[in-house]
Design a binder for this molecule. Structure first.
Ligand SMILES: Cc1ncc(COP(=O)(O)O)c(C=O)c1O
Length: 362
């Protein structure tokens, strides 16, 4: 097998090696089927078993209540920025959004094209270095929903606990930390996530929504943009992204074998802890973008004393088998994305590299 490096990319991101191995093994022919998953009908019994198995395992992992639909869609989380208000923001209604980074801003931009948007909280004035305190969030009790971004991939901040929305339905873009720790689905009315960080390769978008939300969709929505279409036809109204769903099916099995979300969450917290301890213990050589209490266990964003050193850090790390560490241009610096499938050994390798780099350049 070709040697693998440590891939710190923000997404598409690292997948579990056992999943890749199984995918590769069965790519020419699924056992007992004689055809690749790339070639079979989405209406075949084989694919039915794949998508049903994926949903069953996903429901078991996150304890998804029976009155929630699980949809496998396309168009990425970005299409959900539009589909969410098109389906769930009634004419004349208003929706509350919490701004914690670039992705929540994009969600707001799209929702404004559909109706009235109110900003229920924002940390933009502090360059999104933290998650708002509960006392800083004002939810309009008449809002159609409250939308927030669970993990801010670019800024490296993450909500420790979901915001309190009272009787207002809570909606989340969970693209970059979905299934990285336990989640109480019953607190939400709608959760969506592009799959390409923690769930699968790019191409499939997960939507988990409470059934009562389906009644909100206007009758004149284009068929493909209506949640009811996909709920009624179990995500098989048209040809779904069969390959991405197949890999997601294997990732769900892998998550269960890892001990479920509790165990995975514990390991993720440990991995991130190693990096934050190294940053905090560097005597100021490394500085985390996120403030303590808001720090993401998925994306660890930090700066070095100069941009020159940051460039050298990225280049040297690459020379040492660690790729994808360049931070997003809006934050600069370094970003280590360490999703579920990212191995602890890779974090340990980065920690050693960071210590050595600071010793040589500090
Ligand atoms: C939090 C968050 N929301 C939305 C998106 C956009 O997702 P997609 O590329 O699937 O449209 C991303 C992508 O990185 C993200 O991190």
């Amino acid at each position: 097998m070709t040697d693998r490096i440590f891939n710190f990319a923000a997404g598409p991101a690292v997948l579990p090696e056992t999943v890749l191995a199984e995918t590769a093994r069965d790519l020419m022919a699924l056992p007992g089927v004689g055809m690749s998953v790339l070639e079979i009908s989405h209406r075949s019994k084989t694919f039915e078993a794949i998508i049903d198995g994926c949903e069953q395992d996903l429901r078991a992992l996150a304890n998804v209540p029976a009155n929630y639909k699980v949809l496998f869609l396309q168009g990425g989380a970005s299409l959900q920025f539009s589909m969410v208000p098109m389906n769930c923001l009634p004419p004349g209604g208003k929706a509350d959004y919490i701004l914690t980074g670039s992705w929540s801003k994009k969600a707001v931009t799209e929702a404004k094209k559909v109706g009235t948007v109110q900003i229920a909280g924002s940390t933009e004035s502090e360059n999104f270095t933290r998650i708002p305190e509960p006392s800083e969030i004002r939810v309009d009790p008449e809002a159609a929903y409250l939308h927030f971004t669970t993990n801010n991939t670019i800024y490296g901040t993450e909500w420790e606990k979901e915001p309190v929305s009272g009787n207002v339905p809570l909606f989340a873009d969970a693209s970059s930390d979905i299934f990285s720790r336990p989640i109480d689905v019953s607190k939400y009315a709608l959760i969506y996530a592009g799959a390409q960080k923690n769930l699968a390769p790019a191409g499939v978008t997960l939507v988990i929504l409470r059934e009562d939300m389906l009644a909100r969709s206007p009758k004149n929505l284009p068929t493909m943009l209506d949640y009811n279409t996909h709920a009624k036809d179990k995500s098989l109204y048209n040809t779904p992204p069969v390959f991405a769903i197949y890999v997601m099916r294997l990732v769900m099995k892998w998550l269960l074998a890892q001990g479920g979300l509790e165990a995975v969450g514990r390991r993720n917290a440990e991995k991130a802890g190693l990096l934050y301890d190294t940053i905090d213990g560097s005597g100021g050589f490394y500085r985390a973008h996120a403030r303590p209490g808001s720090r993401s266990n998925m994306n660890v964003a930090f700066r070095l004393p100069s941009e020159d050193l940051e460039k050298r850090f990225v280049a040297d790390a690459k020379g040492n088998g660690m790729d994808g560490l360049k931070g997003h241009r809006s934050v600069g610096g370094i970003r280590a994305s360490i999703y579920n499938a990212f191995p602890r050994a890779g974090v340990e390798a980065l920690v050693s590299f960071m210590k050595e780099f600071a010793r040589k350049n500090g």
